[in-house]
Design a binder for this molecule. Structure first.
Ligand SMILES: NC(=O)c1ccc[n+]([C@@H]2O[C@H](COP(=O)([O-])OP(=O)(O)OC[C@H]3O[C@@H](n4cnc5c(N)ncnc54)[C@H](O)[C@@H]3O)[C@@H](O)[C@H]2O)c1
Length: 393
């Protein structure tokens, strides 16, 4: 049985007024208790509510059985044991789901007090952020977590990704973010990350395809290997992440027609207008807008909106401001800005190119993310967030 084809359906059934539970899964091999029948399961329950689902012919039949028991019992949060599949904890948060499971496995009764603010803007939405270990991705994660989201950071950089998760969970005082080492150019890596997201959180509501790389260079300078590297991450990576996310989203929609889900690609102003000696990047970004529009058409009847956000330059982020490898340091060295003597001079010259006289920040991007999630009547768009530097015609 493939749990990614069961749990999102169960979570969709348990989603009322667009807020679903967080569902954590424990594989039968990791259960320290023998559960051979319904009575074994019921005997082990403490104060939490629990339902038992006998083995099914296939994933679909299991979800149907769950739906019948749920409508008879009114079950909303607690434990679900599925024969031959394992144990699920369904809570108002990851901590509560984890608490239900631990309480059951250890046989202890401890009251859990859920303190989540019910007014949070994206309460209990499960969001994958690729490239969330630094830069825009990190800023997006930090903002979304404080509005109630549960985040899977999918990034190749394990040290930085785990550090972001630790910092966020410490500040938040709860487990709202998890990290999974992922290379968006490798299907097996993305599939493993999707499975982990479903096992830890129960489904996927929003995919933010943000991982990106930049290697500038003239046509003569650019070799094929570098061109392929940039294209693989910025263009093909978006396809791979979308391909393996949508079965989960479609399953959720099948069991709850009121759900709206989002795929948001963090594109660039370089996806809207050419970029001198930076064509590998701009070409992949233009292409990703083609993917966005085409995915949007294909997925519109599955309750999945697909949009891109095209930010201006994030001058405070590492891509620009890293003192050694950042673009400001590089441009100072190569004399790209005539008369500039310091990094600050180069920065000022670039800020002056923006009508609003400053770079784009993660907060600016997150406002666009909220707009796209909340707007139910738009798909296939590329939304600029550039301080007036790029205007659509
Ligand atoms: N920084 C800017 O000025 C700017 C402007 C417009 C758009 N963008 C876009 O925003 C996104 C984020 O850019 P950033 O500036 O924060 O970049 P960044 O380099 O600071 O961060 C990118 C993250 O992506 C990760 N990553 C790279 N390759 C990966 C892969 N194969 N699989 C998984 N993760 C991978 C990196 O480890 C890193 O954590 C990119 O898509 C970029 O094109 C950036």
């Amino acid at each position: 049985m493939d749990v990614t084809r069961i749990i999102p359906g169960i979570r969709a059934i348990l989603t009322f007024s667009s807020t679903g539970p967080i569902i954590k899964y424990v594989n039968p091999d990791r259960l320290k208790k023998e559960i051979n029948n319904e009575q074994d399961f019921i005997n082990g329950l403490n104060s939490e509510m629990g339902i038992y689902i006998a083995a099914g012919r296939d994933e679909e039949q299991i979800i149907q059985k769950f739906r019948n028991v749920q409508s008879e019992t009114g079950f909303q949060r607690g434990l679900i044991f599925i024969e031959n599949v394992g144990l699920l904890g369904a809570g108002n948060s990851w901590d509560e789901a984890d608490h239900f499971i631990n309480q059951y496995l250890r046989g202890t009764t401890v009251t859990f007090i859920e303190k989540e603010s019910k007014s949070a803007r994206i309460l209990n939405k499960v969001v994958i952020v690729t490239g969330g270990a630094q830069g825009f991705g990190k800023g997006i994660v930090e903002e979304l977590v404080f509005e109630g989201a549960f985040i899977m950071i999918a990034d190749v950089n394990a040290a930085k990704g785990q550090a972001v998760v630790d910092e966020i969970n410490r500040k938040k005082g709860k487990n709202h973010a998890l990290f999974y080492e992922t290379d968006v150019t490798k299907p097996d890596s993305v599939i493993a990350m999707i499975n982990a997201t479903v096992s830890e959180f129960g489904g996927i509501d929003v995919l933010i395809s943000n991982a990106g790389v930049l290697r500038a260079g003239s046509i003569e300078e650019m070799d094929e290997k570098t061109f392929d590297f940039v294209t693989d991450v910025n263009y093909k990576g978006f396809f791979i992440c979308t391909k393996y996310t949508i079965p989960v989203m479609k399953l959720q929609r099948r069991y709850n027609q009121s759900l709206h889900m989002d795929i948001i690609q963090i594109n660039s102003k370089s996806g809207l207008t050419g970029s001198n000696k930076n064509f590998a990047y701009a070409g992949g970004k233009f292409g990703a807008i083609g993917l966005t529009q085409s995915f949007a058409l294909e997925l519109v009847h599955s309750g999945i909106k697909v949009n891109a956000i095209c930010p201006g330059n994030y001058f405070e982020g590492p891509l620009w401001s890293d003192p050694e490898t950042g673009l400001f340091a590089q441009y100072l060295k190569t004399g790209k800005v005539p008369g500039a003597k310091t990094i600050e001079d180069v920065k000022k010259a670039y800020e002056a190119k923006v009508p609003m006289n400053r770079g784009c920040t993660p907060k600016d991007v997150v406002k666009a993310i909220y707009y796209l999630i909340e707007q139910e009547y738009e798909t296939g768009q590329a939304l600029p967030v550039t301080g007036g530097q790029v205007m659509l015609n």
